[in-house]
Design a binder for this molecule. Structure first.
Ligand SMILES: Nc1ncnc2c1ncn2[C@@H]1O[C@H](COP(=O)(O)OP(=O)(O)OP(=O)(O)O)[C@@H](O)[C@H]1O
Length: 386
């Protein structure tokens, strides 16, 4: 592949990033079967949006981000940034990282230790893609440092900053590149939990203020849900689901997504009825017949799949009498464990050979071994055909 830096003509752009059927394998030094680190990854990010690549270690998030940056080349697929084709395996087009309209904030901040804070911030104005355009380099860098709360430390050595301050400096420097797309590879992972929560909100508000498109990599689901306009959930090199955070949580498409995001009860299904016009099904499970108000795409009548219900959508009440009356989606069970979490109890109830996790109010009186009735809210109970 040649280092062709000729760009396609500008077109009307609404998508800042278009990734189309990207496939990449790494060569194995010891030989053996080729496996794809990313295998047919496609997604689009509209201008000014914040989109997160989320998934477990090794699922291909960083490889995808590095392909967008131009630090890796895929064997198949195409990437457009800001309406320009920056990579096309078929057309043999590859634009070098320094010629792409991007800035990258790596996990380790990428701060130059031998430079003062101000010179780190001013680096892209002096040596970057837009060098020579800015006359008032120091003033512009100072203004940006002021925005991220570091102006008073401008003349310190960069190594004299705390981790959180270095992260802000890395962010200021990236924004001074005036990128179309900001690429962030787990930029908060070296910070403690409290600082992470504070900085992620700051990061989001800077991103919105500057109107830059952000592609963010994390394996931390709460970070992804809190920050993103859309989340791309990846598993084994493939995209499992692309959706808004609320939909990812409430309407997972697969048992993998349901299990990876938050906690979920997943009951194996022996047999399921054909979905009705509203997507509802009746699923035969180890606890009996469960009414599911919705099905994920691809559901048909037949065998297999899972019922998915979040613990907050399971109600628990004390079983009254020897044979308590049960309505639809109510099941008799025995409390296996009860944990006090401050604002609520987390209960595990055994029903048949199935364990159901539920939340109850902190004052709910129950003890292990006690008989209870669990009720699954049909509107929040979902059938996943995978
Ligand atoms: N330079 C490389 N050479 C060989 N294999 C690699 C290389 N980089 C990544 N891989 C493999 O490609 C797969 C995807 O890796 P990648 O770093 O993209 O995953 P990730 O989702 O970002 O993981 P993490 O959250 O741990 O950083 C993994 O199986 C990994 O071992």
């Amino acid at each position: 592949m040649t280092n062709n830096v000729v760009l396609a003509p500008e077109t009307a752009v609404t998508e800042s990033i278009v990734v189309d059927r990207l496939r990449k394998s790494y060569e194995r030094p010891s030989g053996g079967d080729l496996t794809y680190a990313i295998d047919g990854v496609s997604f689009e990010v509209p201008q000014g949006k914040f989109v997160t690549l989320l998934g477990p270690s090794g699922c291909g998030k960083t490889t995808t981000l590095r392909c967008v940056a131009g630090l890796e080349q895929a064997q198949e697929g195409r990437i457009d940034l800001g309406g320009q084709v920056v990579f096309d395996a078929m057309g043999k087009r590859y634009v070098r990282p320094e010629d792409r309209p991007i800035a990258m904030v790596p996990q380790s901040y990428g701060i130059w230790p031998h430079l003062k804070v101000i010179d780190n911030a001013a680096f892209p104005l002096r040596y970057g893609r837009n060098r020579g355009r800015a006359k008032d380099v120091r003033e512009r860098a100072l203004r940006m440092l002021d925005q991220v709360g570091l102006a008073a430390m401008a003349d310190r050595w960069a190594t004299q900053l705390s981790g959180g301050q270095q992260q802000r400096l890395a962010f200021a420097r990236a924004l001074l590149c005036e990128p179309e797309v900001l690429l962030l590879d787990e930029p908060l992972s070296n910070l403690d939990a409290k600082l992470r929560a504070q900085l992620r909100q700051e990061l989001r508000s800077f991103q919105e203020q500057f109107g830059v498109t952000a592609l963010y990599v994390t394996h931390d689901q709460s970070e992804a849900l809190a920050l993103s306009d859309k989340v791309i959930v990846m598993n084994k090199g493939r995209v499992e689901q692309i959706d808004e955070p609320q939909r990812i949580y409430a309407r997972p498409r697969s048992s993998f997504v349901a299990d990876f995001i938050g906690s979920a009860n997943l009951f194996a299904v022996q047999h399921v009825s054909r979905p009705g016009p509203d997507g509802g099904v009746v699923a035969e499970t180890g606890i009996g017949a469960v009414l599911c108000g919705e099905s994920a795409p691809g559901a048909r009548g037949g065998d297999g799949g899972f019922v998915c219900v979040r613990p907050e959508n399971v109600q628990v009440r004390t079983a009254e009498g020897e044979r308590p009356a049960l309505s639809d989606n109510e099941f008799l069970g025995t409390v296996a464990s009860s944990e006090f979490l401050g604002d609520r109890l987390e209960l595990v109830v055994r029903s048949g050979d199935v364990s159901i996790t539920a939340f109850a109010r902190a004052g709910f009186a129950c003890r292990p071994g006690q008989e209870v009735v669990v009720a699954l809210d049909p509107g929040a109970t979902r059938y996943l055909p995978d």
